[in-house]
Design a protein. Structure first.
Length: 140
């Protein structure tokens, strides 16, 4: 799906700076935690009372909730709830909504341990951006 106002990404100055990316991360983290708590509540699960083998199963479900949130929001709308609030969006190198495959790669890269360290820059370009060839820019 092409954006009628798309602009090819040619310099890092077009990217959203680290403070906005940090806001996106924090807001989306709260949303994901709330979704996880809602799931646990709906399932009647008390995490403190789980046996070790049950904990692994529940942890797997929680990881799937996180991935489903990011994939669903970015695949359907090109942005998460945090990006709506900060008026940012995910685009491909041509400034268009990324293809579903790029969103899938972007979502799976969120499982990379210590990926947050890839954001230590004025204009951060995280692992999930780099590997999926996507960018976070101001909403047009």
């Amino acid at each position: 799906m092409e954006n009628s106002e798309s602009t090819r990404i040619e310099s890092q100055e077009q990217l959203v700076p680290w403070l906005s990316r940090l806001c996106n991360y924090l807001i989306d983290s709260v949303v994901v935690v709330l979704l996880m708590q809602a799931y646990l509540g709906a399932m009647g699960v008390n995490p403190e009372a789980l046996a070790p083998e049950e904990s692994l199963t529940v942890m797997g479900h929680l990881i799937l909730i996180k991935l489903a949130y990011y994939f669903g929001m970015e695949a359907l709308l090109g942005k998460t709830l945090a990006k709506f609030i900060t008026r940012t969006q995910v685009v491909d190198e041509d400034g268009n909504k990324p293809a579903i495959g790029k969103i899938a790669i972007r979502t799976l890269c969120r499982l990379i341990p210590l990926r947050e360290l890839s954001f230590v820059a004025k204009f951060p370009y995280g692992f999930h951006d780099r590997f999926s060839k996507t960018y976070v820019v101001w909403d047009s």
